[in-house]
Design a protein around this ligand. Structure first.
Ligand SMILES: [Zn+2]
Length: 176
């Protein structure tokens, strides 16, 4: 005997009864899949989603030195603050693109550019970055001869003050 498609036989004692098949389950599952698909689609065209996944995708130290800037029509622009990270991005470009796609983002191509973050300009610079540029760093600026006292002194001080830090201080003190 042919059963209606929404029913199935179920053993009941020695006989069997007809029981409603659970169609609700299937439709609930498919609407759930739709929901996932929608949020997935939202995510894969969304720069904010990419920001969220960025450290996972790019890995450190690349992730904290480079940042996705925009995602429009599948063109993802990634910015790096410093030239050496720009280079690192170029070098990892193919791998990075593959990983972005694996995470479900519809990215057709990558563009890499240098960027200058504006948001942090007014914040206090970290001591590290100040020290990194400090004129007294001979490992950064090299060494030169002071025009005043002729002793070897950091080239950064010479570039900034035209003399070494000691001579500068002496002049400041004598002017006070
Ligand atoms: Zn000097």
């Amino acid at each position: 005997m042919a059963l209606p498609s929404n029913q199935k036989r179920k053993k009941f004692g020695k006989g069997e009864i007809l029981q409603e098949a659970p169609p609700a389950m299937a439709s609930r599952l498919s609407s759930c899949l739709d929901d996932i698909k929608i949020s997935w689609q939202k995510k894969r065209n969304n720069i904010a989603g990419l920001w969220q996944d960025w450290s996972k995708i790019a890995g450190e130290p690349l992730a904290s030195n480079c940042k996705p800037l925009s995602l429009r029509r599948g063109m993802l622009v990634i910015g790096a603050k410093h030239p050496q990270w720009l280079q690192a991005l170029q070098y990892n470009r193919t791998q990075l693109l593959a990983r972005i796609r694996t995470q479900g983002y519809e990215v057709r191509d990558l563009r890499i550019q240098q960027y200058h973050p504006r948001a942090k300009k007014n914040q206090l610079e970290s001591e590290d970055s100040i020290w990194g540029r400090h004129p007294s760093r001979i490992d950064v600026h090299g060494i030169a001869k002071c025009s005043q006292c002729s002793s070897p002194a950091p080239a950064g001080e010479m570039a900034l003050w035209g003399m070494c830090g000691f001579c500068r201080r002496a002049i400041i003190l004598s002017n006070e």
